[in-house]
Design a protein around this ligand. Sequence first.
Ligand code: SF4
Ligand code: FES
Length: 248
Amino acid sequence: MNLNLKVWRQNSPDEKGQMVDYQLEGISEHMSFLEMMDVLNQKLINSGERPVAFDHDCREGICGSCSMFINGEAHGPVKGTTTCQLHMRSFKDGDTIFIEPFRANAFPVIKDLVIDRSAFDRIQHSGGYISVNTSGNTQDANATPIPKENADLAMDAATCIGCGACVATCKNSSAMLFVGAKISQYALLPQGQVEAKDRAQNMVAQMDAEGFGNCTNTGACEVECPKGISLSNIARMNREFLDGSITK
Ligand code: SF4
Ligand code: FES
């Protein structure tokens, strides 16, 4: 198929960016979206131009680095799919495709489609961990019974890949779906109780310090999240925050 691409090009964080038009011919419907971007970059390199900078690592929906806004949607038009799992069969011959970085003040553009998501790392560092006894007398994990429903909900929350689509989609640039998931994966398990009184307090404080907005319950984050993280995790985060503030 032949495609018209409109791609955000920006040399550095301090320079203004702009959409630039590119034409691609002979793209297979079986290519992934990132393979299509590879073809574009090879074409640019062959003609002596700077290739488009974009983040990617696993290319199988695990690492969360392939953050692109495609035709106005985080990770493109297919629900429950990261950019790297998106295939060109989701587009038609002759289509015009707009490709932009995830946009939020807390995610400044570094170059072209690459953004700085280290704000998420700092939120994780502030409370997204558990204390583990490494003395050699560690209790076997299976000695702590966990209700199946809690184990399943914790696992669901832990599938968050930290991609930032929720932030990019939210009109408030709220990170609450991400933070709610990271808190929930511990709040539901006995191993997460040691730091439970401080975890939500510290992670929410860091989230605010990074400049993310508040949640106003529009639910757009849940719709665009490639891992189907539920809004109920935000409700759990709020309960954990409240519990930490009144029972310390
Ligand atoms: S909650 Fe969903 S959209 Fe947000 S960072 Fe996690 S996986 Fe990405
Ligand atoms: S490249 Fe890892 S999730 Fe897309």
